[in-house]
Structures are given as C-alpha cells and as structure tokens.
Design a protein around this ligand. Structure first.
Ligand SMILES: Cc1cc2nc3c(=O)[nH]c(=O)nc-3n(C[C@H](O)[C@H](O)[C@H](O)COP(=O)(O)OP(=O)(O)OC[C@H]3O[C@@H](n4cnc5c(N)ncnc54)[C@H](O)[C@@H]3O)c2cc1C
Length: 807
C-alpha cells in the first residue's frame, strides 16, 4: 500500500491503516512532512458539521487528539476551550440556533448565549449590534504540525514506513487498476492500493492518469498580533461570521483569520514543484476590510502590533466538501484531498473511515457528502475551478440559506430548451453542473432568489405550478436525469444481481428498484425499463450520474456478455404530469392511451409532432403522468409542440421546487436525503421493491434477510406534518418524543395541494415503529431551539390509494 503525501491527512491515513493491522504501508512525501498546507493552519478544531456522520468524524478527531498524545508521547497542542459563534442579526441567530438544535441531535453539547453571556465569556469584545450566540464547549484548537508528527510517530511505532524527499512522478495503472507508483528518480514501486493524499497537488496527479479530482488552491489569510496586555488566557475560539472573521487566542496573542466573500484563487498554472514551507505574498489591501471590522469588534487589536501577516494556499472543491474514497475511473486508487480549510479538524475521522474503506473495499458509513464519485469529470477543469473558487472559500462563513444557489461558474450544462425556459421566467438552480429550472417567476416579478428561513419569494409561484399539476398539466424539463443503457445477452442476469427488485419483466415494463450494498443499505434509487429482450434503460438522479455509473461498471463481471453506456447527453427527458397529460398526448399522437392501452409502469413509443418519443407512464409527483424521453436534437421541437397543444389544456411550466413539494406530499423518497447507504428498504418503507425470491438473489440480500428475520424494524421513515404550517422543515431538525430525541428530519417542504408544511424523517425506538407506536407517542420537531408539535404517519398524506396516478 502506498500513500502519497505527508500532510496531516496522509499521516492520519497511515496511522489508521496501522491501527487496523495494515502495516505494509509506505508513505512517500515529496519534501518534508507538513511542508505543504498543514504547517501553517490556524488549528481550529470544530465539531459540528452538516450531517450526523460528518459530526461524528469531527468528534472522533477531538477525542483522538488526547489519545494520540498519550499513545505516541508527541504533543498535539490540543486545548478544548470551546467556541463561540456570534450573530449580528436575527437571521444569523436563527442559523446558529438551527445549528445548535442540530448539535443536540448529534449528541454534541451546545448552549445558547445572550449578549451578556458572550460579554462574560469574552470580556474585551465590543458587542455593538450583537443579538446572541452559540457556545460549543467541546470545540478547541490544536497545533497542526504537532498533530501530524504524532500521527506519523504513531504510524511508525505500529510498523508503517514513511520516506521523505521522495516525490511521486506518476501512478501506475494496469487494466483500470492502480498497481503502484513511479517516483521522480524513475523507481517503480508496486502496490495493491495507492492513496492520493497530496493536498493541492492531488488534481495534477489524478489528471496524469485520467482521474478527475476537482480542487483548486486559494490564498487564505490570517494575522497574528504581538502579545496583548490584559488579554485573558484560554479564551474560546470566537467566530463572527457576519464579519467573515475568526479569532484564536494563543499565549496572549490573537490570531485573526478570515473567510472573505470574494477569494483569490492561486496556482492557476500549476502548483510549484519546489513549494516547501512557503508562503504567498502579503496582500494588505485584500485583508484590510476584515482587519478594520475586527479592530472595531476587538478594540485591543487597534493598539496591538501585527507580528505575522500570513498568506498560505489551501485547496477548495466546487461544493466545499472534501473528496474521499475510491475513484470511479481507476480501481484500487483512493483519495483524500480538497479539505476546504477543515483538514486538521477532519484529519482523524477522515483517516479512520478511509482506512476502513480501503480494508473493506466498501464505504463504511454514510459518507455520500464527501464521496469523490459525486463529482462530474468536467468539474476538474481549470477555468471552472478557478471561477468557482472565488466563491467557495467565503461560503464557509456566509449565511447557509436553504435553497442557496451557487453564483459562480454557472451555465456549464444546459438543456437544449434552456433559452426557451429562460424566456418564460425560469429561475435556475445548479446540480452537477446542470442548469435546472427551479421555479418560474411570473411576468413583472424579479427573477432571483430572496433568501430567508421562512417562505421565500418563490413560495407563491411554486404554489401556482403545483396547483396546475393537480388540476391540469405541468411540464418539467428533467433533461439532467442520468440515463444508462445496459445491453447484451447477460443483461438480465447481471442487472438482476445488482437490483433488489426483479427486472426480468415483460418488454415495455418499468421497474422501480434500489441498488443495495452488502449491509442492505441503499446505494441508488432508480427505474429500469426493459426496452428489448436484452436491452434495458436505467434512469437515475442527475447528481448520481458518475457515482451510479461507477457502481454499475464495478459490478459488471469482467466476463459478462453485456456492456453499459452512459447516454445522458443524447437523450433528454420531459415530465408531463397532471390529469390532462393523457388528453394532451392523445391529441398529439392520435392514439387512444387509456389504462388498457397504456397501463401504469409501462413504456412505449409515441409519435409526437415530428419526434419519436419513448413515453413512460410513471410519476414522481403523484398525478397521472408520463416521462417523455427524446433524442437531444428533437428536444426543442417536442417542447414547442407540447406547449402549443397544452395551451388549451391549462399546461404550465413547472420547476424542481414544485416537483419537490409534490413528491413530499406523496411521500416519495429522495436518495441522498431520505434514503442512503445506511438506510435499508425495510426501514425506508420500500420493502415492496424487494424481490426476495428471484433466482440468483441480489447484492445485499443476505444482510437484508437477517434484518427481516429480526422482526419489524425499530427504525422507520415517517411522514411529518407540522401543526404550524407557517414553519418550515429543512434538514436534520431533531424529532422529540417527550424528553427524548427519537429521530431527525431528512427533508422538508411546503405542500401546496394540501396547504401544509411537511417533512420526512427517521424515528427509532426499542420496539417496532408502527401505527400504534405513532398513535401512542405524540411527536415534536425542534426548529431553531423551539419545539413545534408534528403529526406523523407511515403512509403518504396525499392520495394514499394512488387513485390519481392510476386514473
Ligand atoms: C491559512 C490557513 C488556515 C487554516 N486553518 C485551519 C484550521 O484552523 N483548522 C483546520 O482544520 N484546517 C485549517 N486549514 C486547512 C488545513 O491546513 C488543510 O486542510 C490541511 O492541512 C490539508 O492537509 P493535506 O494533508 O490534505 O495537505 P498538505 O498539508 O498540503 O499535504 C500534502 C502533502 O503531499 C505532498 N505531496 C504533494 N505531491 C506529492 C507527490 N507527487 N509525491 C509525494 N508527496 C507529494 C506535499 O509535499 C504535502 O506535504 C487552514 C489552511 C490555511 C491555508
């Protein structure tokens, strides 16, 4: 096993592999340990992340730092003084309170602070304009070099080898697998697994062998003052996100760092080979606005001399989440890079789970947020990354508004109908580089988001779209959905092993299925259409394109007589949804399409205008509806024809926010939110998709059968309806039963057909969760530190008998 890179991440990976008993590890460092980004990190160690698993990993790092020091005898400098986040306006305070509620749910201690509390804890602060704060007592700070050296020493003590001054020139690949490396002096070293942990150099190492690792360096600044008289010792870390600043007290000095709104990408022509404990030129003008605000906030800074002005490069990814796991392009090649300024605090957790991932060749927990397979190949392009990086650094301290859209590097992937949609008021959001109409702004209204924690400016327009889908017909451009073809004489056998449902169905049938991992968790949620005896079309979410295709390829046996092709770009899709959709298609095609001619969950060709279209009778919105698959060159023609014929039938363009609202009412799960790699179909209420008895079985069957044998699940996905429809659920709000947290919200949306505020979430207990349990246990959801009663049930709120879909 070879690990490339001796920063905090590479050393942690070697250490954790060794802890698992994998000691035949060789870490190769280009120059000296820590000489890249690690040596100059500020050393903040926070614990609260956006998901439970990510928080658990950060918590693990903190716990480990003490243990590591004891084990290796090397100081990590870890001090657990806590952290204060200060809000300067009500909306920021709501964000902090939502975060604090989330922390509670993740088992982290969190306290709400009044302005007076903050004053008592951080006496020298000017609190003008402050409205409150949140204290996380277990946060702290550490010495990044100390942490790295401790990992390195721990790894060596357990038998791993670390070699400095040995740059890797390239990774050796044979038959699609990593088989070793060639060093700069021409030596070839063979290994069964190679790990790229080369910080900002990682993208280039990947590029040389056709592996896409989207990250770009940005200049990252802080200053360290001289000693400040009267500064209390052991102050908590202070974050003032509204002023883009953080403060760390150390030995009577203040380190003031920033996440400014417009960052400076660096290293556009490549990262210099000789970079070693280097820093970048000062840029006082760039830092000045932060410094001025900080001097007003902490007046002691006005008189303190600046001891150090530091500017160093750190890698940022297009979505501010790091890149972890096995690459989709090359097997046995793992990565851990792009740490977006949280590499030190993530080092323990990331090292631990990557080591387990390498050992098991399977993702050990729900790490889909950071899974490298979420990225699309185009995202490692220099122009794209450079532009996006100006935004991502600042986003770390920007308001984390619900539905917040990226503003840079937009317009990469567009449907052929993009301009037509734009001309009709579409307001676009971005997923996997695709521009997708999220909502349509009515004529005369502004065409951009007005963010808030409550109803945003698209609430009413989306209501109109939803009502049109309910009462007439809505047209959704779903071109971004990923589509794969699997063809060949072994297609049935191979797909039936990958899918948990039975796809050996009559021609023209469509099967809703999941792909499971060996633990029975859901890796993908998709539909499979049998187009011919040996030909199947698979349709999955836009964001899952690279990930699902990689899973498919990985599970196609080498000797299988079938192949998979990604046809996403050539085949576009419109969703035509609502009670008038059938009439519209009948008028255009001249065919009768009643239930006998075109039953639910079937697919057939139709002639619509000049186009031959594959129409599939399915819905993700809970109405009679069709997915229309059309070759890309016919897309605009079909769009025009549908719009013209739909005019008399009340057709309205609808966007992804409407789709989300509609699917929420109908209880349709969303992979990545409501279902994922740690949720089984039994818990998720998708047991009806499991073909237990099909010949040959399926991946994950053994684990799932064991769980089924244990009886009804003690953890279930439930449908939630808030007592107060003015409040909105978003993500990870705790669900309470009496004085116990019993679960958390996975997604939420306002349902316009029912005029209710809805959500979904898992609830767990010591006994099976069923209708009786729900009746006996009134639930509440905590929103921004406040509990709101909520109704819960297992089935959907809207049309539970499916009469509308099958009408
Ligand atoms: C100003 C600043 C403040 C920060 N503050 C914090 C903070 O408070 N908290 C926090 O958690 N994080 C912080 N960070 C981020 C943190 O420093 C990084 O996320 C972390 O150090 C990344 O570690 P790494 O191991 O991925 O990269 P690096 O430390 O860059 O390590 C990569 C190593 O790979 C080696 N390498 C590269 N190419 C090759 C090759 N071909 N062959 C062999 N070796 C190679 C390099 O020499 C380097 O040593 C900060 C960063 C900056 C710039």
């Amino acid at each position: 096993m070879i690990v490339i890179g001796g920063g905090v991440i590479g050393c942690s990976i070697s250490y954790h592999l060794a802890r698992l008993g994998i000691t035949d590890t060789l870490l190769l460092e280009r120059r000296q340990l820590t000489c890249g980004t690690t040596w100059h990190a500020a050393g903040l160690i926070g614990q609260l992340r956006a998901t439970r698993v990510m928080t658990e990993l950060a918590k693990y790092t903190s716990d480990l730092l003490f243990e590591l020091e004891r084990e290796t005898g090397h100081a990590t400098g870890f001090r657990q003084n806590g952290s204060i986040s200060l809000a300067l306006n009500g909306e920021r305070f709501e964000e902090l309170k939502r975060g604090a509620s989330m922390a509670k749910n993740f088992g982290l201690a969190a306290e709400l602070l009044t302005v007076e509390d903050v004053r008592a804890m951080y006496p020298l602060l000017n609190l003008d304009g402050a409205v409150g704060g949140v204290f996380l007592p277990k946060d702290g700070q550490a010495d990044p070099v100390g942490v790295t050296q401790a990992f390195a020493r721990g790894a060596r003590q357990r038998g791993a080898r670390i070699v400095e001054n040995c740059p890797v020139d390239t990774i050796l690949v044979t038959g699609g697998r990593a088989v070793g490396v060639r060093t700069a002096d021409g030596q070839e070293i063979r290994a069964g697994t190679v790990v790229i942990a080369a910080g900002m150099w990682s993208r280039e190492l990947g590029r040389k062998i056709g592996v896409s690792l989207p990250l770009h360096a940005a200049e990252h600044f802080y200053v360290v003052t001289d000693q400040i008289t009267g500064l209390p010792q052991n102050l908590p870390v202070l974050r003032v996100p509204d002023e883009c600043a953080y403060y760390k007290e150390d030995a009577g000095k203040i380190l003031l760092g920033c996440f400014e709104p417009v960052a400076k990408p660096w290293g556009m022509t490549g990262i210099p080979e000789d970079f070693c404990f280097d820093q970048l030129p000062e840029d006082i003008d760039h830092f000045q606005p932060i410094l001025e605000a900080a001097m007003a906030r902490l007046p002691a800074l006005e008189t303190a001399g600046i001891h150090t002005f530091f500017n160093g490069p750190e890698s940022f990814t297009p979505d501010d989440r790091y890149l972890l796991g096995e690459t989709p392009e090359v097997l046995d090649l793992f990565v851990a890079c792009g740490f977006n300024s949280i590499g030190i605090q993530s080092s323990g957790g990331a090292g631990k789970v990557l080591a387990e991932w390498i050992r098991d060749r399977a993702m050990p927990a729900d790490l889909i947020d950071v899974d490298v397979r979420r990225m699309q190949p185009f995202q490692s392009g220099r122009h794209y990354l450079r532009e996006r990086t100006t935004e991502t650094l600042g986003l770390l301290y920007a308001m984390h508004w619900p539905y917040r859209q990226m503003e840079t590097a937009r317009g990469a992937r567009r449907s052929p109908c993009h301009d037509r949609l734009a001309a009709r008021g579409a307001v676009f959001g971005e997923v996997a580089g695709w521009e997708r109409p999220n909502w349509f702004a009515p004529e005369g209204t502004e065409r951009h988001y007005r963010y808030s924690w409550g109803r945003q400016n698209w609430h009413e327009p989306v209501g109109e779209e939803c009502r049109a889908v309910r009462d007439a017909v809505g047209l959704f451009d779903q071109s971004s959905f990923a589509k794969f073809l699997v063809q060949g004489t072994d297609a049935v056998r191979v797909l039936n092993r990958i899918c948990c449902n039975d796809i050996d169905v009559p021609l023209g049938r469509v099967v809703y299925t999941q792909w499971l991992n060996e633990r029975g968790g859901i890796e993908s949620d998709l539909t499979v259409t049998r187009m011919a005896e040996t030909s199947f079309m698979l349709v999955t979410a836009a964001a899952a394109q690279a990930r699902d295709f990689a899973w498919l390829r990985r599970h196609l046996p080498e000797d299988a007589r079938c192949h998979a092709v990604d046809i996403t770009s050539g085949l576009l899709m419109f969703g035509l949804m609502g009670p008038n959709s059938r009439t519209l298609l009948e008028r255009l095609s001249g065919e009768e399409l009643d239930n006998a001619a075109f039953p639910f969950a079937t697919s057939r060709e139709l002639e619509l205008g000049f186009a031959r279209v594959r129409a599939t009778r399915l819905t993700y919105v809970g109405e009679l509806g069709y997915e229309l698959y059309v070759p890309a060159e016919f897309a605009t023609h079909l769009f025009d024809v549908l719009l013209a014929e739909g005019e008399g039938l009340g057709l309205r363009l609808a966007g992804y926010h409407a789709m989300n609202a509609l699917r929420m009412e109908k209880g349709y799960r969303h992979w990545g939110h409501d279902i994922g790699v740690d949720d089984t179909p039994l818990e998720a209420g998708l047991g009806f998709c499991v073909a237990w008895d099909k010949p040959g079985g399926f991946i994950g069957q053994a684990a799932l059968a064991r769980l089924r044998a244990q009886g009804r699940p003690h953890r279930r996905l439930v449908q939630l309806k808030l007592a107060d429809p003015a409040r909105l659920l978003h993500h990870e709000e705790p669900i309470w039963s009496g004085d116990r947290i019993v679960g958390a919200v996975t997604s939420g949306m306002y349902g316009h057909r029912l005029e209710e505020s809805l959500g979904m979430g898992y609830v767990a207990a010591d006994v099976p969760i069923d209708t009786n349990w729900l009746a006996d246990h009134p639930l509440e959801v905590e929103i921004a530190w406040e509990r709101v009663p909520v109704q819960a049930q297992l089935g959907p709120w809207y049309d539970p008998d499916n009469t509308r879909i099958r009408s």
